[in-house]
Every structure is written in C-alpha cells, then in structure tokens.
Design a protein around this ligand. Structure first.
Ligand code: NAG
Ligand code: NAG
Ligand code: NAG
Ligand code: NAG
Ligand code: CU
Length: 171
C-alpha cells in the first residue's frame, strides 16, 4: 500500500517535471504581461522594448497579443518600417483578432506595430530579438526523452504495485 502511494506521488512529480520541460521547449509570451497590447501609459516607444528586454526569445517561442478595444498587431518587414510606423497593408502581416499567437519561426529581429490611428507613434510597437534554439535544444530533447522514459517507468511501477495489491487482496 505504501509502495502504491509512493509510485502515485512519483507519477505526480514526473507530470510536473514534464510540464516544466515542455514549457522549457517552447514558451508563450503575453506581450506587455498584464497590461496587454495597448498604447503605453507614457506614450513611450521604450515601453514595449523594455518589456521585451526582460526576456530571451527563442525560435519556437510565441508572442501573444491580447487587447481590448481597437488595436491590431502587424508584423512589419524591418527596423525602418518599425521606426517610421509604416502602416502600408501590402508590406506587413496583419493580425486583427485579439489574443493572436504568433510563433517565431526564424532567428533575428521581429518587429510589430499597431496600425490603428497614431497608436504606433504613441509607442504601441515592439521588437523581439529572437535567438536560435540550437545549442540548448539538444540537451532539452535529451531531458524530454529522459522524462518520457521515467514517466513510462513510473507507470509500470504503479501497475506492478496495483497488481501486487490485487494479489494481496486475493490471498
Ligand atoms: C499620449 O498621446 C495622446 C495622443 O497624442 C495624448 O492625448 C495624451 O495626452 C498622451 N499621454 C501622455 C501621458 O503623454
Ligand atoms: C486578455 O485580456 C483580457 C482583458 O484584459 C483578460 O480578461 C484575459 O484574461 C486576457 N487573456 C489572456 C489569455 O491573458
Ligand atoms: C505600399 O506598398 C506597395 C508595395 O511595396 C507599394 O507598391 C505601394 O506604393 C505602397 N503604397 C503606399 C501608399 O505607400
Ligand atoms: C478602428 O480604427 C480604424 C482606424 O485605424 C477604423 O477604420 C475602424 O473603424 C475602427 N474600428 C472600430 C470598431 O472602432
Ligand atoms: Cu492600437
């Protein structure tokens, strides 16, 4: 019985570990955290870049743009478009639905602006410096495989201890 409880807690522990490792493989970043995607309180074009500076974005991670009211998240081509708040629709990828999740599929800078009114000029813009997932992805993959193996092992141990309990019950 004690064995059974032990293996159950082992399974629980491994599930937590797996969730953690899965989180380490790809992360979602809600732009602006609790403030969301809006005109910055200070109209400062440093507001979102300084938010972005707190994180390390990797290929495979995603940006989530959440807002209420009239906003968009538009990925513009380069720093010039970002600096100039270029809202030319044919030169951007426009996301108009709040809560949109945009995965980073390439390394390098990714620039986003809001195309509504003068929001971009008022600082509703963000640049992500996305780095490769390469050198860290190998150990992560290994850790993930290891956690899968340990989970399988824990399930086997649990199944064995249940079988043992049944044997005891039948005696
Ligand atoms: C931000 O810009 C808007 C529009 O230009 C202006 O009405 C508002 O007073 C500005 N807010 C701050 C804190 O500068
Ligand atoms: C998006 O923003 C709304 C309003 O600010 C909030 O209620 C909701 O929880 C946010 N969604 C996520 C996924 O953060
Ligand atoms: C918008 O971009 C397209 C493609 O680069 C260009 O042909 C067009 O002239 C631009 N429109 C404006 C108003 O700048
Ligand atoms: C949002 O703002 C745009 C201007 O950028 C305007 O054309 C549109 O009608 C607005 N939508 C709403 C629902 O206010
Ligand atoms: Cu906006």
């Amino acid at each position: 019985m004690a064995d059974h409880r032990f293996s159950l807690s082992l399974v629980g522990l491994l599930m937590v570990a797996m969730a953690f490792l899965k989180g380490a493989i790809a992360a979602d970043y809600e732009v602006g955290d609790g403030y969301g995607w809006d005109v910055p309180p200070s109209n400062s074009s440093e507001y979102y870049p300084s938010w972005a500076n707190r994180y390390e974005f990797k290929v495979g991670d995603s940006a989530v743009f959440n807002w209420t009211g009239n906003h968009t998240a538009a990925q513009v081509r380069n720093q010039a478009d970002y600096d100039n708040c270029n809202t030319n629709a044919t030169e951007m990828t426009l996301y108009a639905v709040a809560g949109v999740r945009v995965p980073f599929t390439t390394e390098g800078f990714h620039y986003f602006i809001c195309t509504v009114g003068t929001h971009c000029e008022q600082g509703q813009k963000v640049a992500f410096d996305v780095i490769a997932a390469d050198e860290s992805s190998a150990p992560r993959a290994t850790l993930f495989s290891l956690s899968m193996f340990l989970s399988a092992l824990a399930i086997i141990i649990q199944a064995m201890s249940i079988a043992e309990t049944i044997v005891y019950a039948e005696r």
